[in-house]
Design a protein around this ligand. Structure first.
Ligand SMILES: NC(=O)c1ccc[n+]([C@@H]2O[C@H](COP(=O)([O-])OP(=O)(O)OC[C@H]3O[C@@H](n4cnc5c(N)ncnc54)[C@H](O)[C@@H]3O)[C@@H](O)[C@H]2O)c1
Length: 346
């Protein structure tokens, strides 16, 4: 079997999921990891039995014999690194957001077109079992005409300083969390957005060891779909209690709700606490909702398997760079609405 050779750029939170996912696929070999944080990269390589030493300069990784790279680094570097990877003849898997701005995203897409390489857009939730089941129920007409929906994602705030600085991230809870909800709601409703309204706020500007948060940490938005559905999104970086994502879809013949972090198949009570329940949970004492097989629950191995199949067979990806760009355009419009305080048309 010909192996697909993959390099990982970054060794932080999401790079771990990428390594975990690639390791499930027999036809993939992880050839190297590039990261500025050498000790972190060494730990990751040890965890997943990846040979060699971390490579500090990503350009050196790109000189290796690789088919594709996973871009798992801060948002301000997505454009530069994706373009370098495409120019060196690699396919790229880019973590959300595609880039900080639509302009940056367009440069990535046009480079991929010129080079004849794929850009895969990492929107893991579209590959998550609970949301796939929701989609099936909707597609089979189980809900009748959909007129209302809600997407909500929250946790207590990101784990690295760069997220809190607009220059590095491009924005706060909207571009970080809202971007998941927008992508999933468009996919679930199989319709296009015609206009948006959005309000953003920063209620916890002092982030201690991470410095000042100069982006929004809370978001309320409305997506008006072409078919008439009114859809709300709510995002928060100031919600203790661990990571949580929720979708509710309402139709004239039914409703479907998915809450994979609160409606888990296990509920635990512990007076002593135990190791780990879910991402960003503050503790495990008392009643908790542990999420089993978190990577699978949130679709990471399924997403990577799909991308590798696309490389192997040439089939079109379910979430490609153009899809990522479409979602980024809506995010940008929502930021425009947050400034104008008006409904903005796409
Ligand atoms: N799909 C999801 O749900 C999800 C979750 C978290 C993060 N993300 C996305 O993944 C990306 C990375 O986020 P993270 O949480 O892993 O960040 P992180 O802070 O945990 O890790 C960032 C990594 O980037 C590396 N890095 C920075 N500059 C580099 C350079 N020039 N060359 C090589 N490595 C460099 C650092 O060494 C570090 O390992 C972001 O775009 C983020 O939006 C997606």
């Amino acid at each position: 079997m010909k192996k697909i050779k993959v390099g990982i750029i970054g060794s932080g939170f999401i790079a771990d999921y990428h390594c975990f996912a690639y390791k499930q696929i027999p036809s993939v070999e992880i050839v190297g990891i590039s990261s500025l944080l050498v000790e972190q990269a060494k730990d990751l390589m040890k965890k997943y039995d990846i040979l060699g030493e971390p490579i500090e300069n990503y350009n050196d990784l790109l000189k290796m014999d690789l088919d594709a790279v996973s871009i798992c680094i801060p948002n301000n570097l997505h454009k530069e690194v994706a373009i370098a990877a495409l120019n060196s003849g690699k396919h790229v898997m880019i973590e959300k957001p595609l880039a900080r701005t639509v302009k940056e995203g367009e440069e990535i897409i046009s480079t991929a077109k010129n080079r004849g390489k794929y850009v895969f857009y990492c929107e893991n939730n579209i590959y998550a079992p609970a949301f796939k089941k929701m989609k099936q129920i909707i597609k089979e007409g189980g809900l009748g005409k959909i007129y209302k929906a809600r997407g909500k994602e929250q946790h207590s705030g990101p784990h690295s300083a760069w997220f809190y600085k607009k220059e590095n991230s491009g924005g706060g809870a909207l571009i970080d969390l809202g971007i998941h909800d927008i992508a999933c709601l468009i996919w679930l409703l199989e319709d296009e957005i015609k206009s948006v309204f959005c309000q953003i706020t920063t209620i916890q500007p002092d982030r201690g060891e991470f410095g000042i948060c100069d982006v929004e940490d809370n978001v309320m938005g409305i997506l008006y779909f072409k078919n008439g559905a009114q859809v709300s999104i709510e995002e928060s970086w100031t919600a203790p209690g661990g990571y949580s994502i929720l979708f509710e879809i309402y139709g004239t013949k039914g409703q479907v709700i998915a809450d994979p972090c609160r409606m888990t198949p296990i509920v635990a009570y512990s007076e002593k606490g135990y190791g780990y329940s879910v991402e960003k949970a503050g503790g495990t004492i008392g009643w908790t909702y542990p999420v089993p097989d978190e990577a699978w629950t949130f679709g990471y191995p399924q997403e990577m398997k799909h991308f590798i199949e696309c490389i192997e067979t040439g089939k079109k990806a379910q979430t490609d760079g153009r899809f990522g760009l479409k979602i980024l355009k809506i995010v940008e419009l929502m930021y425009k609405s947050a400034i104008s305080n008006k409904i903005e048309e796409l």
